[in-house]
Design a protein around this ligand. Structure first.
Ligand code: UDP
Ligand code: MG
Length: 312
């Protein structure tokens, strides 16, 4: 199999028809002998699954994996990676924000000898200022504090070689931040720029909560900086406290008249130190939570139904 296309689906009934037509048009025109489309239904509550199954009846290149519930975008893509058999693998969103027509460019770069060809957003259409701003900030902060060179303004829309997928399958962490893991793996990586379109129809499946979780998975998975930050904040606050202690002692012994009951300074220092401590505990908690979920080692996803059960 030359090419697998992985498409995570969460409530995309309004997009599947057009997506399939555009994808098929592109894939039929590529210089490949065989390809497959792997749809992962991530617990959709609409008619998405029925539509995909319908496609599978008429088109033998269509495969589907139906999850027992919503496990999240990164896990859906991971299931697709586990099940696909292509030598080149494309990950693409179902809402047509990632133009399928770009796959031709990605594939051409792959043929030039690149194992990872990621699509980098030159511009983003139809997304809120808040989303664009937070995404931009996040990618830049992450790039600063991690030792892995994770490209900025890049989602999961990309083409990766079979070599990369086989290594990904060996990486056992439960928290998937695929774009980070792929950057970490290395090999020859290159960007192809594109303009991100508006979502064709329907609503985003990435709620604020899911966005925060993905961001924290990226941060904790690829950087220990937050832990170091807690330490540094501790030192910083202790330094200030030390100076204040000296000041308090001097005042007490030499300037007895100026030592007032001092409610304000007490409140400030108690609240400040308490706040720093809570932040520190919270940061440690984020890491410990991830350690414990990796120790539990539950399966990442549960498959309810599929037409490629032999591969999973
Ligand atoms: N998606 C998914 N599970 C989820 C949320 C989203 O499989 O829990 C899929 C969704 O169907 C789409 C892709 O992941 O194909 C990107 O999601 P979305 O377009 O909602 O995110 P956004 O582009 O708004 O960041
Ligand atoms: Mg989208």
């Amino acid at each position: 199999m030359d090419l697998s296309v992985i498409i995570p689906i969460y409530n995309e009934e309004a997009n599947i028809g057009l997506l399939y037509n555009r994808l098929k048009g592109v894939l039929d025109g590529l210089p490949v002998e065989s390809y497959e489309m792997v749809f992962i239904n991530d617990g959709s509550r609409d008619a998405s699954l029925a539509l995909i199954k319908g496609l599978a009846v008429t088109d033998s290149n269509v495969r589907y994996i139906d999850f027992s519930r919503n496990f999240g975008h990164q896990v859906a893509v991971t299931a697709g990676l586990d099940a696909c058999v292509g030598n080149a693998i494309v990950i693409i969103d179902a809402d047509l924000q990632d133009p399928p027509e770009l796959i031709g460019d990605l594939y051409a770069k792959h043929k030039e000898g690149y194992q990872v060809v990621y699509a980098q957003r030159r511009s983003r259409q139809g997304e809120s200022f808040f989303k664009k701003f937070t995404a931009k900030m996040f990618y830049r902060i992450l790039a600063r504090i991690t030792s892995v060179n994770i490209p900025v303004d890049t989602g999961d829309f990309r083409l990766i070689d079979r070599v990369i997928v086989n290594i990904l399958k060996e990486m056992p962490e439960q928290q998937k931040y695929l774009r980070g893991q792929i950057a970490w793996i290395g090999f020859n990586q290159i960007a192809v720029e594109y303009d991100r379109d508006e979502r064709n129809a329907g609503e985003t499946g990435y709620t604020f909560k899911k966005m925060v979780r993905l961001a924290l998975d990226g941060l904790t998975g690829f950087s220990n900086f937050p832990l170091r930050f807690a330490t540094l904040a501790g030192f910083f606050v202790s330094g200030i406290a030390f100076l204040l202690i000296i000041y308090a002692l001097i005042s007490f012994f030499f300037f007895t008249k100026t030592t007032q009951p001092g409610w304000t300074s007490m409140m400030i220092s108690v609240l400040f130190i308490g706040g720093i401590q809570l932040i520190g505990i919270g940061i440690i908690g984020e890491y410990i939570g991830r350690i414990s979920s990796n120790v539990r080692n539950r399966p990442l996803y549960i498959v309810k139904d599929t037409n490629i059960s032999s591969r999973l």
